[in-house]
Design a protein around this ligand. Structure first.
Ligand SMILES: NC(=O)C1=CN([C@@H]2O[C@H](COP(=O)(O)OP(=O)(O)OC[C@H]3O[C@@H](n4cnc5c(N)ncnc54)[C@H](OP(=O)(O)O)[C@@H]3O)[C@@H](O)[C@H]2O)C=CC1
Ligand SMILES: O=C1O[C@H](COP(=O)(O)O)[C@@H](O)[C@H](O)[C@H]1O
Length: 490
């Protein structure tokens, strides 16, 4: 049962309402919230983009998108038609003052206090001019707020510029910088696991933990998003935002409370405690690579450069080793890895504990390993040592405790956007990123990107459908660690 407060009717304006994100994620997420009764009568969802399209044409596109992206069990033709009644479309160029802002006024309901969310599902260069127009045309009211998609900028300077630009028109408390990884239930579970379970709370430090790996592996290539991706790469697309946020949740000290700013203070403290990257550490502690042609699930797939059709220095794979310089994390390696065209789609956090110091079973026990399966198959597993039942001596054997959350709770695990879209309506910022977090993350990752741009470390390659380049295996080997997929041999 949802314990969050019911919302009053709201207006939600999606800039970029015809784009990939809106069709694949935002509108299906709204449909799910509608099914749950969280989009009450009187709500308006207004898609905007420059394309000339009428309302019926837009509704037809969404209809197709819901057929494609909503799971079979949740798709109900009658409910879809009802949901589409609250959807409108306006051809609007957010960057132009002479665009149809009056038309937008005409589509919105209510007065000053009605919640109006302006969601920017567009390239970040639109954020400031569109905010300026919203301000100029009188849309900035007590109940209005903006949601900004990532990436905020391509480096620290551009992020600062975008943040400052938006801040001219909206207070920080009305700016919701979305990071959909924070909306994932299993990412939020990191807090519950760490701070609601004394067993884990007690061992969550370098005294017991040897390393923490955070992986987001995808089987897809860059496909229709090639133009965007080639200017971004895996590090800007996934590490600067999603994976550093996950690292913060794994490494932070207990926040004073679950108030948004206490949690954000605790996260930003981690970002500031990351050991700065130098050219030397970029050489030893980073690996970047591009996929070459290969096979995924029995299908031949082209290499990145073939897919792109031109030369490129953009990485589709990145692995990094980071250190958090706080007493809690002395001598602990944090590994972050993400890539396209890997062997399997999986996002997970893998905690490797130090070997037991007990003399009773010298050298016999394998490390305990905790795996938080972010997606798919959301859940937890814990590998521990038990006595081998087939041996009369005290020989040890590994056993696994495994919890699958959807099975345990008998619920569908929602897409992260379902939670985040409504949190913006409720004005609850806990799962959104504060300005200083974005900038601290760029401050840390920037030197890696700069060093790569100067070719301080080489670009490697990996076969599509593999677990990445050998260089990444060697990077861990130097610290006595192995990637999760190779741990069965540990
Ligand atoms: N797609 C994804 O999976 C993810 C995307 N994001 C981020 O979301 C944002 C959007 O991505 P995505 O949907 O893939 O991009 P798309 O290129 O698919 O869509 C961009 C949208 O913006 C509209 N648009 C462009 N210029 C303007 C303008 N001046 N005024 C109003 N609308 C405009 C386009 O329509 P038109 O050209 O008709 O104006 C289109 O609807 C990006 O910042 C991306 O990084 C973040 C996470 C995941
Ligand atoms: O933000 C992004 O995330 C997706 C991966 O999200 P996930 O929830 O499926 O793990 C990634 O494909 C995309 O390139 C990136 O922009």
């Amino acid at each position: 049962m949802n314990a969050a407060p019911q919302v009053e009717p709201f207006d939600y304006v999606i800039f970029g309402g015809t784009g990939d994100l809106a069709m694949r994620k935002l509108l299906p997420a709204f449909y799910h919230r509608f099914l749950d009764g969280d989009v009450p009568d009187g709500c308006r969802i207004v898609g905007t983009a420059r394309a000339q399209l009428d309302r019926a044409g837009y509704q037809a596109r969404i209809h197709d998108a819901l057929k494609q992206f909503v799971d079979h069990a949740s798709y109900d033709e009658k409910r879809v038609r009802k949901f589409l009644e609250c959807v409108f479309y306006l051809s609007l160029d957010g960057s132009r003052a002479d665009s149809d802002w009056d038309g937008l006024s005409g589509l919105l309901e209510g007065g000053e206090d009605r919640v109006r969310v302006f969601y920017f599902a567009t390239a970040p260069r639109l954020y400031e001019p569109a905010c300026a127009n919203l301000h100029e045309k009188g849309f900035v009211t007590a109940g209005s707020r903006v949601v900004l998609e990532k990436p905020i900028g391509t480096d620290l300077a551009s992020a600062e510029e975008i943040n400052a630009g938006v801040a001219r028109y909206f207070d920080e408390k009305h700016i919701f910088r979305i990071d959909h990884y924070l909306g994932k239930e299993t990412v939020q579970d990191v807090l519950a696991l760490r701070f609601a379970n004394p067993v884990f709370e007690a061992v969550w430090s370098g005294e017991y933990i040897q390393s923490i790996q955070i992986t987001a592996a995808e089987t897809v290539g860059v496909e229709a998003r090639a133009a965007y991706y080639d200017t971004s790469g895996a590090t800007r697309d996934m590490v600067q935002n999603h994976l550093l946020q996950v690292l913060c949740l794994c490494a932070m000290e207990a926040p004073k409370s679950l108030e948004a700013d206490d949690v954000r203070d605790a996260k930003v403290a981690v970002l500031k405690a990351l050991h700065p990257m130098t050219d030397e550490s970029v050489r030893s502690d980073t690996v970047r690579a591009q996929y070459q042609k290969g096979e995924i699930a029995g299908h031949a797939v082209p290499g990145y450069l073939e897919e792109l059709g031109h030369p490129s220095h953009t990485e589709t794979y990145v692995a990094l080793r980071a250190e958090v310089e706080t007493p809690r994390w002395k001598d602990v390696s944090f590994y972050i890895r993400t890539a396209k065209r890997m062997k399997a789609k999986t996002s997970e956090i893998v905690v490797t504990f130090r070997a037991s110091s007990s003399q009773l079973f010298p050298g016999a026990s394998r490390p305990n390993i905790l795996v938080i399966r972010v997606q798919p198959d959301e859940g937890l597993s814990y590998r521990l040592s038990v006595k081998d039942p087939q041996d009369d001596t005290f020989t040890l054997r590994s056993a696994e405790m495994n919890v699958g959350f959807p099975q345990q709770f008998g619920v569908r695990y929602p897409d992260s956007y379902e939670r985040l879209l409504l949190d913006a309506v409720r004005g609850n910022p806990i799962l959104f990123i504060r300005r200083d977090e974005v900038e601290a993350a760029w401050r840390w990752i920037g030197p890696v990107l700069d060093a790569w741009a100067r070719d301080v470390a080489p670009m490697s390659s990996y076969v599509a459908g593999s677990w990445g380049p050998d260089e990444a295996t060697r990077m861990l080997d130097l610290h006595g660690d192995v990637w999760h997929e190779a741990m069965d041999d540990m």
